[in-house]
Ligand binder design. Structure first.
Ligand code: ZN
Length: 274
């Protein structure tokens, strides 16, 4: 059984990218980590029932499946293919007992952000009945504006709140990731708004390093950067969130290191800085 102080700790399989699903489960369980978020890359080539069995055998609870989304495109066929892929993600989540699929909503540099946002909203709206049938919710994850070109046209929690409220369904909410949102002067207000509307479904942590040397693969371990994690955690908890705190770090630097000692560093950083 996990020590009490780790009872809310969740690690994303992408954080320890060199490990397979089985290795993630084994090492997380050994470290006393009770929750995991599964990235779809670790499922490739695995039978879903077997994958669910591996997770259950190690006593881990699955917080989310990452990820769906990528709705916008100037190409109609690509938009349709994205819907099919999101349905597959929802089916995978259901099979793994994950109550949530996180959405990286997408953007197409060949069209305006407004048009991309419209396609995102239409895409999510079309998936809601399928999500409900599978008892899996969808979480819009606003991404830092440096990704507005091609990864997400939703870049602030305010925009995500607008969209979730417009969709107005218990099957869609929001994932708050400190890496993407820490800089926003409206963050506290928008976190409270998100909680009031019962849309705050997930909380992702890491840190923002200065300088950041890569737009995607240079996230910091908690405590390494300039994000006031404890303050933001207070805000999400004041807004009613009491779910797992998910460590999501993409870092080519950490992936090169011994993952076992890295996992110990993650647990220590979580205890000290989150
Ligand atoms: Zn995230």
């Amino acid at each position: 059984m996990a020590p009490m102080n780790l009872s809310r700790l969740c690690v994303h399989t992408m954080t320890t990218k060199p490990w397979s699903l089985t290795e993630c489960c084994w090492h997380y369980a050994q470290a006393g980590i009770p929750h995991m978020t599964i990235w779809r890359n670790v499922l490739e080539g695995l039978d879903l029932k077997e994958a669910a069995g591996v997770v259950a055998d190690h006593g881990l609870a699955v917080t989310s499946l990452c990820r769906g989304g990528f709705f916008p495109s100037t190409d109609t066929e690509k938009r349709a293919a994205a819907i099919d892929d999101n349905k597959r993600a929802i089916e995978q989540a259901a099979a793994l007992g994950a109550p949530l699929v996180v959405l990286v909503c997408g953007a197409d540099p060949g069209q305006s952000l407004e048009k991309s946002r419209k396609q995102i909203q239409e895409g999510i709206a079309g998936l809601l009945p399928f999500a409900e049938t599978h008892d899996v919710r969808l979480a819009i994850e606003p991404l830092h504006p440096m990704y507005a070109g091609d990864r997400s046209a939703i870049n602030t929690l305010g925009q995500a709140n607008d969209m979730a409220e417009a969709l107005d369904s218990p099957w869609v909410g929001i994932a708050v990731d400190v890496y993407h949102l820490w800089w926003d002067p409206d963050l506290e207000t928008e976190i409270h708004r998100c909680g009031r509307q019962h849309n705050l479904l997930a909380f992702h942590v890491c840190d923002w390093k200065t300088p950041t040397t890569d737009l995607l693969l240079d996230r910091g371990l908690m405590g390494e950067g300039c994000i006031h994690l404890k303050k933001i955690r207070q805000w999400v908890e004041a807004a009613g969130f009491d779910g797992p705190i998910e460590v999501e770090i993409f870092s080519s630097r950490y992936w090169e290191q011994d993952q076992e000692s890295y996992l110990r560093q993650i647990v220590e950083a979580y205890e000290e800085y989150c």
